[in-house]
Write a protein that binds this ligand. Structure first.
Ligand SMILES: [Zn+2]
Length: 178
């Protein structure tokens, strides 16, 4: 699984995910190289399981049964491209951890979903996505309009704030500790 994640993060379609959204940090795809290096040298681990099928998560600090600096990938229950896009999403969280950034969880999730959206677009994929992933893809598709008319961005923020999974922590702060 580790090799699979490395192969995805090494794709040019990942390292060219560059965008800037209003009122948050710009995304620079070259930063995925930090995650590649960390996985290669064992600073970040990749584990199969630990989350339900079709899900993934990155844990920056020890949290219950989840270990720090670990990307957990549930069994793939959907298309290969969606599965790979989850790796891109979690790698964004890993970037902020490696860069020791303290940022609102909301920004962290928005940038992860939009990066995932860019990845799906670059592979021409649509359909069969969670609502958040679908909105992230709409933002990626309409990236140039978001500064003037952040319709899709506002929709994603609203969804994240109200989703049962995310509302537990979306108003909190993510603290990257390397
Ligand atoms: Zn996330």
């Amino acid at each position: 699984m580790k090799d699979k994640v490395l192969a995805v993060l090494n794709e040019p379609s990942v390292q060219t995910i560059n965008f800037a959204l209003p009122k948050t940090f710009p995304m620079n795809g070259i930063d995925f190289k930090l995650v590649i290096k960390a996985i290669e040298n064992g600073t970040i681990r990749v584990e199969e399981g630990g989350v339900p099928a079709g899900m993934a998560k990155y844990t920056a600090q020890d949290d219950g049964d989840s270990k720090a600096n670990t990307m957990y990938l549930g069994q793939n229950n959907t298309s290969e491209i969606v599965f790979k896009s989850l790796m891109v999403h979690e790698a964004v969280h890993a970037i902020y951890d490696l860069k020791r950034m303290t940022i609102p969880w909301l920004d962290n999730e928005v940038i992860a979903y939009v990066s995932q959206g860019f990845y799906l677009n670059k592979h021409g994929y649509s359909g069969g996505l969670s609502q958040e992933a679908k909105l992230g893809q709409e933002i990626a598709t309409n990236i140039n309009e978001q500064a003037k008319d952040p319709f899709w961005l506002d929709a994603l923020i609203d969804y994240l704030r109200n989703d049962d999974v995310y509302k537990l922590y979306i108003c909190k702060t993510f603290v990257g500790d390397g």
